[in-house]
Design a protein around this ligand. Structure first.
Ligand code: ASP
Ligand code: MG
Length: 410
């Protein structure tokens, strides 16, 4: 929602659904650019401080973006002739833990919202925010209004949760990298989870986890279609994220190619190969609240081995410092080296469960392109490789083609 014109558009769309007989709870996010603008103001006023020093106030601040759009949407709906009321998170209430800037929803009380729905109102619940047990306002992390929407849908036992966004669905890969990428009509919840954690930015990953846990059918669709398109067409548009057993999946072995440029590789070299080294290295990293993703340990030679793993790029410097200052000396390792110019490319598909040779096909495609694989990790439904960042687009395009995901030529 970038402007009052866009808000009016949303109101007309919501009114269309409401007039077709649906009870509607709407969870708006902030007007576009607003969250960044607010966070920028804070930085301007405290240039010498870490944002972690004033997280509580950041949440007070950032949560206002959503609050404004919620009230504006309720006003626009009333102007459309509907009854509508907006609530801040604490008024519902949406109860969260106290982890400012990345709080988790603990419970949502549905009483107030249900009473309004039964009274014929469209209810607006402010996205991205909640309140902890002390009444402090919290936010759910960037992109968190997706999670708010799914959580509210779960609490209300909604028929479906529609996420209107700036893309018209989930694609086989990012169309900016592969113009032939196709929109998927359905994708399984597990695949979506892999794609979201693998860097597809369509939905906040926590919202996908939530949808899976509470079995909320989720549809991603475009907020840019005209508000007055046929409601049945709209109801079938976008991508439906479904549960494996109740769907007609497009029968592809690989459903999508995901990639992630946000990781960095760290290698601890010349570690004495004895029990407990993984624990010593990764335990220290975990204690510093740093997530580790792909891990490999080399064969040992002369009683020494190399141990490598990836972390989020934002945590790279912190992890390197920690290893250099604490872990390296006590471990008796020779050196620790890092590489931020890597990326992770993954093939994802529930069809991989029942087909052999998919991973090796992937390695074959990469080798034909002359791309060296630095690390590999697999799960039942995905295979990921870590490669040099400069080959990312080449790898994604080649894999997209090799696994028959390119759009058929028109
Ligand atoms: N406004 C918040 C953000 O930009 C939440 C959201 O849009 O989902 O991260
Ligand atoms: Mg968003």
């Amino acid at each position: 929602m970038g402007s009052t014109e866009r808000i009016r558009n949303v109101a007309k769309r919501v009114a269309k659904w409401a007039r077709a007989g649906h009870q509607m709870v709407v969870v708006p996010s902030a007007m576009s650019g607003e969250t960044n603008r607010l966070l920028g103001l804070a930085k301007e006023l405290a240039p010498s401080k870490q944002t972690t020093d004033y997280e509580r106030e950041l949440d007070m601040l950032a949560s206002t973006g959503e609050q404004a759009s919620s009230a504006l949407l309720a006003i626009a709906l009333q102007a459309e002739g509907l009854q509508s009321v907006s609530y801040a998170g604490w008024q519902v209430p949406i109860r969260t833990d106290s982890a400012y800037t990345k709080a988790r929803i603990e419970s949502i009380d549905d009483l107030r919202v249900r009473a309004d729905l039964d009274a014929g109102k469209v209810v607006i619940v402010t996205g991205f925010q909640g309140a902890d047990a002390m009444g402090n306002i919290t936010t759910l992390g960037r992109g968190g209004s997706d999670t708010s929407a799914v959580a509210v849908a779960a609490a209300m036992k909604a028929q479906e949760c529609l996420i209107y966004t700036d893309v018209d669905g989930v694609y086989t890969t990012d169309p900016r990298v592969v113009p032939q990428a196709r929109r998927l009509h359905t994708v399984s919840f597990e695949e979506m989870l892999e794609m979201a954690s693998m860097g597809s930015k369509v939905l906040q990953i926590r919202s996908v986890e939530f949808a899976g846990k509470y079995r909320v059918p989720l549809r991603v669709l475009s907020s840019f279609t005209p508000w007055d398109i046929d409601i049945d067409v709209e109801a079938r548009s976008g991508t439906l994220i479904t549960f494996e057993e109740d769907e007609h999946m497009e029968q592809a072995v690989v459903s999508g190619i995901a990639f992630n440029r946000d990781e960095a590789k760290i290698s601890v070299l010349g570690v004495p190969d004895k029990p407990g080294i993984a624990y010593q290295i990764l335990g220290a990293i975990a204690q510093a609240n740093i997530d580790v993703d792909v891990i490999i340990q080399n064969l040992s030679k002369d009683g020494k081995t190399d141990f490598s793993f990836t972390v989020n790029r934002g945590d790279f410097a912190k992890a390197m410092d920690l290893l250099r200052s604490n872990v390296l000396p006590s471990l008796g390792a020779q050196d620790v080296v890092g590489d931020t110019k890597i990326c992770k490319v993954s093939i994802v598909g529930i069809g991989m469960r029942s087909h052999v040779g998919i991973a090796s096909k992937m390695f074959g495609v990469l080798s034909e392109e002359g791309i060296n694989i630095q690390m590999i990790s697999t799960s039942e439904i995905k295979t990921s490789v870590v490669i040099d960042e400069k080959y990312m687009e080449l790898a994604v395009r080649a894999l997209h083609k090799a696994f028959d995901l390119d759009q058929p030529a028109a």
